[in-house]
Design a protein around this ligand. Sequence first.
Ligand code: SAM
Length: 387
Amino acid sequence: MDSAAALARASRGCAGKPGRLPFGKETLAALSISAAPVRLLSREMVMTPALEVPRAESARLIDKYGRNITDLRIAVTDRCNYRCVYCRTGNDGAQYPELPIEDYLRMARVFVSLGIEKVRLTGGEPLLRKGLIDLVRELAKLRALDGEPLDIALTTNGHLLADMAGPLKSAGLSRVTVSMDAVDPVKFSRITRVPNGYENVRAGVLEAKRVGLTPVKVNCVLLRGFNDDQIPAFGKFAREENVTVRFIEFMPLEEDRVWSPEVVITQAEILRRMSEFMPLVEVGRDGSETARRYRFEDGVGEIGIIAPVSNPFCGHCSRVRVTSDGKIRTCLFSVFEHDLHAQMRRGADDAALAEYIRAVVMKKEARHHIGEPDFVPASRTMVHIGG
Ligand code: SAM
């Protein structure tokens, strides 16, 4: 059985209840089809007053390669209500503890005192987390070193978004990114292994647009032989719904270790196949942007491609991540974590936390090694890191 067939098999029967569907050893073995090196190019919320922490330009986080670290991603849970075939086994649930919301907030404050300007809340599925709206409200009170409000974003599967978009916007969320791997309801269910999700997610996207959580971005991970036939349909969706659809190359960060280079639909292939639907024109980008952006030639609709596998952008990575259990990860592919929450439990004050963070950032990896013979899988998979 090849990868696509194995993925298809794993996703069959998605009308069942979450947790029932097998993604067994046979599937796993069938999907691990190549070990060859990749030949791709290259306690609930306690409201606290804003904390005064010393601020200075010299406080800004910079790693040993000279990269400015301005983006913080916080996973507020590693629970998820979807079991996407390329991300989770379908059987395992959360594996790591969650912290009280005020602990994430304190961490964020210290990071902001060090030059963080963007905070993205993620998971697991962040909309499952009680206290999320209060966290957004408190984050919205913080100011970056330049005195500007933070850019507060959320990555969600969108299943619960229709009801939460309005309250999140009112709390101060800036924008939202919704993950959608098909625009066909049946295919969508096969991927997520949850019935009737497509309608919910589409309603979530529309509501996010209506309340102004814009620009609404839709992220799609393509897998060969599984959902790559959705490329033109996503082009149509981007044009009709006026959302930016961004394709993300599949990375080896899944629980089932199903990744192989053959399954990855690369930037070049996406561009070629989307251009057959309608020619594209590249739009300029700023240096820190991970996505290459393209407009359709008639000016209607935009897509983006994030190509960490075939066209890595580690050289201008500006990100640092905090997991749901309070560990700092300096790269998606880190094999080491740094226990920030342990420092808090030991009674470190904010200045000590700041020094700890600064030292950790100096250890940020130069780049990932996807597809190289020395590639070592990350110590956590995507759902437990936060995308
Ligand atoms: N539950 C939220 C969601 O669905 O957006 C946030 C967490 S999810 C892990 C974040 C993003 O990571 C999703 O867009 C998902 O498609 C993407 N993702 C998961 N596994 C991936 C992989 N192996 N390679 C690339 N992207 C992946």
